[in-house]
Design a protein around this ligand. Sequence first.
Ligand code: FE
Ligand code: FE
Length: 135
Amino acid sequence: MALMTWNDALSVKVGEFDDQHKKLVNLVNNLHDAMKSGQGKEMIGKTLTALIDYTQKHFAAEERLMKQHCYPEYEEHKKEHNMLVLKVLDFKTGFEAGKAPLTQDVLTFLRDWVVKHIQGIDKKYGVFFNSKGVK
Ligand code: FE
Ligand code: FE
């Protein structure tokens, strides 16, 4: 079973970002699958890297649009993004060094972070962007 599924409760009412969030959910599931099916370190490392790369791309896309529309909560939002990126890069470093295996706890943390972030702070920009004509 997939670790998480995208559903309407996760919609931020901006099509481009809903699509990106769906992809993010898929990438978290891929990592979960790779771990569950006992893939080797190299394969798990690859799915982890794919998740981190896409996350950074997605964050940059959100931040770009926020800046473009002078979103008042830009700084606060960017801070949350930066903190997650630091944390997952830490996971990656530990994993690659063989010091910290990826555990179910790490996956649960990622899933909960994504859901909380989308339903909380991301949804807030949805209302703002819609008011600027971005849908
Ligand atoms: Fe987002
Ligand atoms: Fe965000």
